[in-house]
Design a protein around this ligand. Structure first.
Ligand code: ASP
Ligand code: MG
Length: 279
């Protein structure tokens, strides 16, 4: 099995999502694929903005919500054939209604707990995975969607939750043991505590979701697709002469990410290191 993670830029719009679909269709069909997706680029920030407007009783949250709503509806319209659109839009609207109700609640109470914060930001990945799954489903057979919150279990440290590795590993392995889909789409970043309440793994945490799955199922490869083609000797957006590093140890990759290499979320390396070097 292969695990492929697509970041916010890769799923930012219908055009980019189509490119992903082509990558998945062109891939080695013999291997089963797990596809982990981030929110449509910038959505998490807009959700945070909406939450903070609502908390301050500022009706600007309605505009932020509408921006998110329009963007996702337009993405569905551009990707899904007309005869299948209404069903997909119906499901999308259900998720969007839940977001709108949550924002309304925050605005009425003028209160935004970290628990509600996580609920709000989870909508980014819930919406993107729903869209990627439904687009794939119109083009390929044997595709399924699995909500990561049903199998990735954390403690109650909302916004930066710590994964219960033992429970999570056993949930992941038993889910994939029985699953016969060729492609399973999953939202990155989101998880749940033991009571089923939504938690998140920290900003940039979709990489970590993908690594947790790859490690638990002993994937043949974990590919992290993003707008920068690898780990560079320096930030390629700032340093002109930076070049991609051909090989890097897990230890060095972890150090680089701790020192600010945004290409990889630091805890992503942990599942691998824990397996290879008992710590
Ligand atoms: N959407 C989340 C964020 O913007 C997680 C991720 O993209 O990895 O931080
Ligand atoms: Mg990232």
């Amino acid at each position: 099995m292969k695990v492929l993670k697509f970041g916010g830029t890769s799923v930012a719009n219908a055009e980019n999502i189509s490119k992903i679909i082509n990558i998945l269709k062109a891939g080695d069909q013999k291997e089963k694929l797990v596809v982990v997706v981030s929110a449509l680029g910038g959505t998490t920030d807009t959700l945070l903005e909406a939450g903070s407007f609502a908390k301050n009783g500022n009706s600007g949250y309605i505009n932020s919500f509408k921006t998110i709503e329009t963007r996702h509806i337009e993405t569905v319209r551009a990707l899904i054939p007309v005869d299948k659109q209404s069903g997909v839009l119906g499901g999308l609207k259900k998720i969007l209604n839940e977001l709108e109700n949550t924002l309304e609640g925050i605005s009425l109470l003028r209160e935004l707990s970290i628990k509600t914060h996580d609920k709000i930001v989870s909508f980014g990945e819930r919406l993107s995975s729903y869209i990627v799954f439904n687009t794939l489903r119109t083009q390929l057979e044997n595709v399924s969607l699995k909500d990561s919150r049903e199998i990735i279990i954390t403690n109650d440290d909302f916004t930066q939750a710590i994964v219960d590795i033992e429970t999570t590993n056993s949930n992941i392995t038993s889910f994939f043991k029985d699953n016969i889909s060729k492609i399973v789409v999953m939202p990155g970043f989101v998880a749940a505590n033991k009571n089923g309440e939504t938690t998140t793994l920290g900003r940039g945490g979709s990489d970590y979701t993908a690594a947790l799955i790859a490690s638990a199922i002993d994937a043949s490869i974990l590919e992290i697709w993003t707008d920068v083609s690898g780990m560079y000797t320096a930030n390629p957006k700032l340093v002109k002469g930076a070049f991609p590093i051909e090989n890097i140890s897990y230890q060095e990759a972890m150090e680089l990410s701790h020192f600010g290499a945004k290409v990889l979320y630091p805890p992503t390396i942990q599942p691998v290191l824990k397996k290879e070097i008992p710590m």
